[in-house]
Structures are given as structure tokens and as C-alpha cells.
Design a protein around this ligand. Structure first.
Ligand code: ASP
Length: 326
């Protein structure tokens, strides 16, 4: 009797909520863009996009495009924020995070991976060859080696030097300077209009050993829903992890928002969610999104975020709008 009373009470409370009123209907049936689209974070995305564009022109699928873009950046051993050339953790080890998601909703992710040149391809192998989504650390490295990815103990002299300089004060400040150029997040759309995404990074410089950011976490650093759109992120991973930002952006687009409006709303939510933990002046977070029609959105907390776009054969780097004005 008491249970029944509680049930009826709960039901009454539920029906009082305007549950459906804040889910706007989508206005039209989207027409998929099929002429080729790649967007990626920061100026260096231009080079990554060129690799993805080549895949598109060769008839590759979106997943091939975004993987090629990630590999292009991971192959650049002078790059201090991606791949084996990346800045190390505070103990001097470069540890890599990456993920990939395809148009079927399949995902693969690798975290805290050491001494492997192409984490994005390891993530793809996890997606395609295992029943799992995430492998980390030693196990991820074992899987990589067993699947033909050679171990490589390369150290970037510039990264080593920066670490030695950091060691003098050893100040642990997990704050991302708003000028910093980090992680590459890539979204691609192929000739069938299908979407995929990838993300690859060496993460926060001089982080605690074992720290993993948003970049390899499906829903935070990347999310793809081939019925709606895709989103990716860069910036201080902790702020993005707390907000599940990429999933949120895709859900906002599902409710009818343009990718630009979805990125703007997600930045506002991220700032709200992190308000009790960090001062907004002290971190940067940046989002990139696209929908099925090939419309694009970009937004960041602070100015300085740029993104590269390759659309219908045209490459460009564009500045993102931001919540604050410097
Ligand atoms: N999001 C990355 C991380 O927190 C770093 C970045 O994109 O700046 O690991």
C-alpha cells in the first residue's frame, strides 16, 4: 500500500514536469553533404586535413580520412603536443591518448600509451579487432605490439629540454595557457555523407604520471552520431571531462541546434559546471562540430582558438568565436 502511494506520488511529480516542452522538433530532414568535409583543431589542422582530403579523393571512407589526419600529426616528431615528440609527464615520460569513432557508432580508444608512434591507429585496431572500447597503459602497448605496431623509444630533444627547464621549479599547474596549441581533433564526412572522428594527443604537459584527459574519452573529447553530427574538443581536459562536452554538443544538434549554437551552449555549460573549481581566466576549452549537411560550428572560452577546414576541395584556417573577449 505504502509502495503504491509512493509510486502514485512519484508519477504525479513526473507529470508536473514540462518534460517534452524543452525538446524542440527538428525542422527539416537533413540532406547529407557528400562533397567531402574535414575539420580539425588549430592551424596545424591544415596539414592534417590535406592527408584526410587525399584519402577522400582516393575514395576512402570517413574513418580512413580521420585516421590519416591523425597519423599525419603523429608522424611529425617535432610536434610538442601530439605523438612521440610530445611534452612528457612530470616524470619525463611521453604518454599518448587517442580515440576514433566511425559512422556505425563503433569506437576505439587508447590511453596512457607509451613508445608507440601511431596511437590513433591502435585505437582503430581496438575498435575493429577487440570487443572493447578502451585499452590503457601496458596492456594497450602489449596489444599494439602484438598487432604489428613497433615499439619506438624516440625522445624529442626539444621536449626533453622543456622538461629539464620545467624541473627547475617543478611547479604543478594543470592550467592551459590560452595561447597553447594542443590536441588534434578531426571530424570527417565522406562521399556517402557518412561521418567519423578521431582525436590524438600527448595530453597536458608535465601532467601527473597516469593522468588521462578528455581526448581519448568517447563523449568528452569526441563523439559521432551518424544520424545527427559529430563534435570534438581541445583545451584543459578536466573541464571537458566534467561536462561530457562532445556528447552534449551532438545531443543539442539532435534537438535542432545548428553546430555553432550547439558549441556555444556547450561552452556556457562547461563554464557553469567548472565555476566552483577553476577561475574562467585560468583555462581554455574549445569545441568543433559539424552536422550531416556539412554545416560547421566552432567556439571557445577565450579567443585564440583556430580550426582548419577542407570543404569541397577548399582548404582554409579560420578563427573561432569565443565567450570572452581576451
Ligand atoms: N585536451 C587535452 C588534454 O587535456 C589537451 C589539449 O587539448 O590542450 O589532455
Amino acid at each position: 500500500m505504502k509502495n503504491r502511494r509512493n509510486f502514485l506520488k512519484a508519477l504525479g511529480a513526473l507529470s508536473a514536469l514540462p518534460l517534452l516542452s524543452f525538446v524542440p522538433e527538428r525542422k527539416k530532414t537533413p540532406v547529407r553533404f557528400k562533397k567531402g568535409l574535414v575539420i580539425s583543431t588549430w592551424n596545424f589542422g591544415l596539414k592534417a586535413n590535406a592527408a584526410a582530403a587525399q584519402k577522400f579523393l582516393d575514395g576512402g571512407k570517413a574513418v580512413d580520412m580521420v585516421e590519416a589526419a591523425g597519423r599525419e600529426m603523429e608522424s611529425d616528431l617535432t610536434e610538442l603536443s601530439i605523438g612521440l615528440g610530445g611534452l612528457p609527464d612530470r616524470e619525463g615520460h611521453t604518454t599518448l591518448d587517442a580515440c576514433i569513432m566511425n559512422h556505425e557508432g563503433k569506437a576505439g580508444s587508447v590511453c596512457f600509451l607509451e613508445q608507440i608512434m601511431h596511437p590513433v591507429s591502435v585505437a582503430r585496431a581496438i575498435m575493429e579487432k577487440t570487443p572493447h572500447v578502451i585499452l590503457v597503459g601496458e596492456g594497450a602497448q602489449q596489444f599494439a605490439v602484438a598487432n604489428g605496431f613497433p615499439k619506438d623509444n624516440y625522445t624529442n630533444p626539444a621536449a626533453e629540454k622543456a622538461w629539464q627547464e620545467w624541473l627547475i621549479k617543478s611547479e604543478y599547474k594543470p592550467i592551459i595557457n590560452i595561447e597553447n596549441h594542443d590536441t588534434i581533433g578531426i571530424l570527417g564526412q565522406d562521399a556517402d555523407g557518412n561521418l567519423s572522428g578521431a582525436c590524438t594527443t600527448s595530453g597536458l604537459a608535465f601532467k601527473m604520471r597516469g593522468r588521462v584527459g578528455d581526448s581519448p574519452i568517447i563523449g568528452s573529447g569526441l563523439y559521432v552520431d551518424n544520424k545527427v553530427g559529430a563534435a570534438t574538443a581541445t583545451g584543459l581536459g578536466e573541464t571537458i571531462l566534467r561536462s561530457c562536452s562532445s556528447f552534449l554538443i551532438v545531443e543539442l544538434m539532435r534537438q535542432g541546434l545548428h553546430p555553432q549554437a550547439a558549441c556555444e551552449e556547450a561552452i556556457k555549460r562547461l563554464v557553469e559546471i567548472n565555476a566552483s573549481i577553476l577561475k574562467v581566466e585560468d583555462y581554455q576549452a574549445c569545441f568543433l562540430a559539424c552536422n550531416l549537411e556539412g554545416e560547421v560550428g566552432a567556439y571557445s572560452v577565450h579567443p585564440g582558438f583556430t580550426y582548419a577546414i577542407w570543404k569541397d576541395g577548399k582548404p582554409e584556417v579560420l578563427p573561432s568565436k569565443s565567450l570572452l573577449n581576451g
